[in-house]
Design a protein around this ligand. Structure first.
Ligand SMILES: Nc1nc2c(ncn2[C@@H]2O[C@H](COP(=O)(O)OP(=O)(O)O)[C@@H](O)[C@H]2O)c(=O)[nH]1
Ligand SMILES: [Mg+2]
Length: 304
């Protein structure tokens, strides 16, 4: 198996080969002048870093470069990399790794973002760490969604607690937690619907699932992961805002990083939502998920 650093680098191929390659070229020689700053700004925005995030980032970098009287563009690259890493690090670590009897993870996001697939990858990841995981098929809105989770549950070797299509998702969550407690499992990961008849319904339902979990397990859900499709770039950010307004998101799982040149969106997620990226999806297979690492991510963007 590839190590995380290699995997994250590989998943950034498209992002690096499109815009970040050009950013690297900017620092190859010449002088630090207005043209360099303008080109850098344009490229970062093109890389889906987002206008606000780019402006803030370059302000900090430029200030430091000028204060220290740097003259070599290579030094700008180093300051930029440090600032980008800082933007992505420094969040409270995930509460999932804390020692407790049962950890509950709620996974939310629009249809097609990659929830079900990445839940299986998470289950596999935790199982390989020696944890016993139970999956809850609380996306009862679409019959196919239940079957899909069952299939992935088999692949990941985890029991899936499911009811009939259109059953009450709250009852599924309740049973899944009960079942996990009976089996002395370490974790329950809950798959949820990406769409109901209205947005209002969906947000109310997610709130209800949270409160059911909370009544059964202290402080649950311990993590509410929002799955975002990286291929949608800045649209992913709009989706994220929409969810964050109504649900208490504690982390982001950025799926399909392998399929996009818009990997720069990671920076706006951190800066504009104040929510850390916890995982990135790097493919369609069970092992294609990596815990997010800011340093490895930024190195992966710039390395030739
Ligand atoms: N390339 C790639 N495809 C992914 C990744 N994660 C999910 N997918 C694909 O995205 C599609 C939608 O995923 P699914 O889990 O059904 O999304 P859901 O509707 O949110 O549950 C599927 O075809 C997945 O194989 C990823 O990290 N990389
Ligand atoms: Mg699904």
């Amino acid at each position: 198996m590839l190590n995380f650093g290699t995997k994250i680098r590989k998943s950034l191929n498209r992002t690096r080969n499109s815009v970040f390659g050009q950013i690297t070229d900017l620092f190859g020689g010449g002088r630090i002048d207005d043209k360099l700053w303008d080109d850098l700004e344009a490229l970062l925005i093109q890389a889906d870093v987002g206008v606000d995030t780019t402006t803030a980032l370059l302000e900090t970098v430029r200030q430091q470069v000028e204060q220290e009287g740097m003259t070599d563009p290579g030094q700008v690259r180093d300051v930029l990399k440090d600032e980008m890493t800082r933007l992505l690090a420094g969040y409270t670590p995930s509460q999932v790794d804390k020692d407790r009897l049962l950890t509950v993870m709620l996974v939310v996001g629009v249809n097609g973002s990659g929830k079900t697939t990445n839940i299986a990858k998470l289950a596999d990841l935790y199982r390989r760490q020696g944890k016993k995981v139970v999956l809850a098929a609380a996306d009862t809105f679409r019959a196919a969604a239940i079957d899909q989770l069952k299939i992935w549950g088999e692949r990941a070797n985890c029991p899936v607690i499911a009811h009939q299509p259109n059953a009450d998702p709250g009852a599924v969550v309740f049973d899944a937690i009960k079942s996990a407690q009976a089996r002395k499992a370490d974790m329950v990961i809950i798959d949820t619907a990406g769409r109901l008849h209205t947005k209002y319904n969906l947000m109310k339902e997610l709130e209800k699932l949270r409160s059911i979990a909370q009544k059964q397990v202290h402080a649950a859900p311990h993590e509410t992961l929002l799955v975002l499709d990286a291929t949608t770039g800045q649209n992913a950010l709009a989706q994220a805002r929409h969810f964050k307004d109504s649900v208490d998101i504690t982390g982001v799982l950025l799926a399909k990083l392998d399929g996009t040149a818009k990997g720069g969106v990671v920076f706006s997620i951190g800066k504009e939502l104040g929510v850390p990226v916890r995982f990135v999806g790097t493919g369609e297979g069970l092992e294609d998920l990596i815990p997010f690492d800011a340093q490895a991510f930024v190195d992966g963007l710039f390395e030739a």
